[in-house]
Design a protein. Structure first.
Length: 339
């Protein structure tokens, strides 16, 4: 069968080929307006005919593939699928598709992604990176690959970034715990080679020091941001502490580990929060449904993805030369029954 064309779509939907082209490319000279009803008819015609955009042909004409790639460290963490959903929502509205890559929280995974990105498979990148350096971003920029960073890692690299004030977020959690009477507070860290783990650990130490609270070396539990192995790590750590040297609260560097810590304490016969309070970071959906529900801090992750995609596509399409933009999203403390 003959492959359907834009002319076929225009004929079936009762509009001009120029209108079909505009809807597919999402561009206007400022005078063209297309109603929602017309867009609906064009989309219905495309589905009926089985019409698909030829991204290779489009790329030859525009030097673009209408594709952006998103790098995340762990698709098993619900935080990142929500981020990707936001990026996809914005990208699809602008006529772009989204390719997702999971680095498996490894430097090797991020380097592999870099090598692929330099082959110009995508017009731009959204980077939730833990190990990339300024030199990596310089290579991307010199190669004409636009990028947007998520979080604090790529600060000062010359690209747009979307983040929250993680230090202030940690401070709000610890202030909540101290207001509840806790002074013996432990910290389950993330991987401290990861910028998020490092920032949250440093913020924990700074806030404890600012309040004159003790930081016992035995109350720092080395974690890795992952669900697997965390419960056993917490059980072994807590059981090794002397009965009179145990903390009354635990701050975990993300919600996945906090939830596993709650399970571990419960298996040990402890009550949360009566015997030990637990709080996390990120406010993933699961946090509201674990028993007891988890106190945590978070922000609109889907909006973070949308903002990142908007900044990236604006760079791609406008080729802006303005200084890089930092968008800081507000965070919120979610007080629940775990504290």
């Amino acid at each position: 069968m003959k492959r359907p064309t834009q002319e076929d779509v225009a004929r079936l939907s009762g509009v001009s080929r120029a209108t079909v082209s505009y809807v597919l490319n999402g561009r206007t000279d400022g005078t063209i307006r297309v109603s929602d009803e017309t867009r609906r008819r064009i989309n219905d015609a495309m589905r009926e005919l089985g019409y698909r955009v030829n991204l290779n042909a489009r790329g030859l004409k525009t030097d673009r593939r209408q594709l952006i790639a998103v790098l995340v460290p762990d698709l098993g963490n619900p935080f990142y699928p929500i981020l990707i959903k936001g990026a996809q929502t914005e990208a699809h509205a602008r006529g772009y598709r989204v390719l997702v890559s999971d680095s498996f929280s490894s430097e090797e995974g991020e380097r592999d992604f870099m090598d692929t990105a330099l082959d110009r498979i995508a017009d731009g990148l959204i980077l939730a990176a833990s190990y990339l350096e300024s030199s990596d971003i310089k290579i991307l920029l010199e190669s004409g690959v636009f990028s947007v960073g998520i979080g604090p890692r790529l600060d000062g690299t010359g690209i747009d970034r979307v983040s929250i004030d993680q230090q202030a977020a940690v401070r709000s959690l610890l202030q909540h715990l101290t207001a509840r009477g806790h002074s013996r507070i432990a910290h389950l860290t993330g991987d401290r080679r990861n910028i998020n783990g490092s920032v949250r650990y440093d913020a924990f130490l700074a806030e404890m020091k600012a309040n004159g609270l003790p930081v016992e070396k035995s109350w720092i539990v080395e974690g890795d941001f992952l669900r697997e192995g965390t419960a056993r790590r917490i059980e072994d750590w807590f059981c090794a502490l002397p009965a009179n040297g145990r903390p009354t609260a635990l701050f975990a560097a993300n919600d996945l580990m906090a939830i596993e810590a709650i399970k571990a304490f419960q298996r040990l016969g402890l009550r949360v929060p009566e015997d030990i309070a637990v709080c996390g970071f990120d406010n993933i959906p699961e946090a509201a449904y674990v028993e007891p529900p988890l106190t945590t801090v978070g922000h609109d992750v889907e909006e973070m993805g949308r903002v990142a995609a908007r900044l990236l596509i604006d760079r791609i399409e406008e080729e802006r030369v303005e200084p890089p933009e930092l968008v800081k999203l507000p965070f919120e403390l979610f007080v629940r029954q775990s504290t």
